[in-house]
Design a protein around this ligand. Structure first.
Ligand SMILES: *[C@@H]1O[C@H](CO)[C@@H](O)[C@H](O)[C@H]1NC(C)=O
Ligand SMILES: *[C@@H]1O[C@H](CO)[C@@H](O)[C@H](O)[C@H]1NC(C)=O
Ligand SMILES: *[C@@H]1O[C@H](CO)[C@@H](O)[C@H](O)[C@H]1NC(C)=O
Length: 237
C-alpha cells in the first residue's frame, strides 16, 4: 500500500491521454507530465492527419515542438535553436511512422509549457496541434524512495523510485555492502521505475542500526530512506 502510494506520485496528475485517430488532425500526448527539476523527461507523442487525395506517397516531414511562437525542438538537425533550448531538447520520434516523441533534459522551473507539436509536409500540408498541448509539472523536491526490508537468514532490502528519464535512470547506493541487483520497469508511457535490491547475510553488528538507501537522480538531486534493522528470529545462543 505504502509502496503504491509513493509510486503514484508521478501518475496522479494525469488527466487524460488523448488517442490519435487516423484520418484526422490529432496528436496523442499526455496532458500533464510531472518531471523532476534537473532531470530529463520524454514526451511520448504520435500524430495523425487526413489522408491526402494524391496517390503520390509522402516522403518529407519536418517536425517542430513549440511553446507559443518559440521553437523548442525540431527534427531538422541544421536548425538553430535558441540558447535556452539548444542541447536540452532532442527529437526522438520517427516522423515517417507518425511518431513525434521529444526529450527535454535538464528540466528547469520555467519548462512548464504548454508545448505543442507542429508537422510540416511540403508535399501536402502543415498543421499545429495546438489543441493537444503538454504541460510539465516541475517537481523540485522528489519524495524519498520506498524502502522495505525482509529479515530472515538473509536480509533482503528493496529500494525503489519512479522517474521520467530512461536514458539516465537514477543511481542507487546502499550504506552496507552486499549483493545488489537492479530492475527497470516501465510504469506507463512517460514513467519508469527502478528497484534496487540489496541482499546480505547479517552479522550481529548489523542489527539495531540504520540501513540506508540513497538515490541520485539525473541532474544530481538526492533522496534517502533509512530503516533500523531489527532481529525477527532470535536464536538462543
Ligand atoms: C516513438 O519513438 C520513441 C523514441 O524512439 C519510442 O521509444 C516509442 O516507442 C515510439 N512510439 C511508438 C508508439 O512507436
Ligand atoms: C543513515 O541514515 C541515518 C538517518 O538518516 C543517518 O543518521 C546515518 O548517518 C546514515 N548512515 C550512513 C552510513 O549513511
Ligand atoms: C543522502 O545521503 C547522502 C550520502 O549517503 C548525503 O550526501 C546526502 O546529503 C543525503 N541527502 C539527503 C537529502 O538527506
Amino acid at each position: 500500500m505504502q509502496l503504491k502510494l509513493r509510486l503514484s506520485f508521478l501518475l496522479l496528475h494525469v488527466i487524460r491521454d488523448v488517442q490519435s485517430s487516423p484520418g484526422q488532425w490529432t496528436a496523442s500526448v499526455p496532458t500533464r507530465i510531472p518531471a523532476l527539476e534537473g532531470s530529463c523527461v520524454v514526451i511520448p507523442c504520435t500524430y495523425n492527419y487526413p489522408k491526402p487525395n494524391s496517390k503520390k506517397p509522402l516522403n518529407r516531414w519536418r517536425g517542430f515542438w513549440k511553446k507559443g511562437d518559440t521553437i523548442i525542438s525540431t527534427s531538422l538537425s541544421s536548425w538553430k535553436l535558441l540558447p535556452e533550448y539548444k542541447k536540452r531538447t532532442s527529437f526522438l520520434g520517427n516522423l515517417a511512422s507518425h511518431n513525434c516523441t521529444m526529450q527535454l533534459d535538464d528540466v528547469r522551473q520555467t519548462d512548464v509549457g504548454p508545448f505543442y507539436f507542429r508537422i510540416e509536409m511540403p508535399q501536402y500540408k502543415s498543421f499545429s496541434y495546438r489543441k493537444h498541448p503538454v504541460s510539465i509539472d516541475v517537481i523540485s523536491d522528489p519524495p524519498p524512495p520506498s524502502l522495505s526490508v525482509k529479515v530472515d537468514k538473509k536480509v533482503r532490502a528493496s529500494c525503489s523510485v519512479s522517474h521520467t528519464c530512461p536514458t539516465k535512470p537514477p543511481l542507487f547506493s546502499w550504506s552496507r555492502p552486499g549483493a545488489v541487483k537492479r530492475q527497470l520497469k516501465r510504469l506507463n508511457k512517460w514513467t519508469w521505475q527502478v528497484v534496487s535490491t540489496l541482499t546480505f547475510v547479517p552479522l550481529r553488528t548489523d542489527f539495531n542500526k540504520p540501513l540506508n538507501c540513497s538515490v541520485q537522480y539525473r541532474g544530481g538531486k538526492q533522496v534517502n530512506s533509512s530503516m533500523i534493522l531489527r532481529i525477527r528470529h532470535e536464536h538462543s545462543a
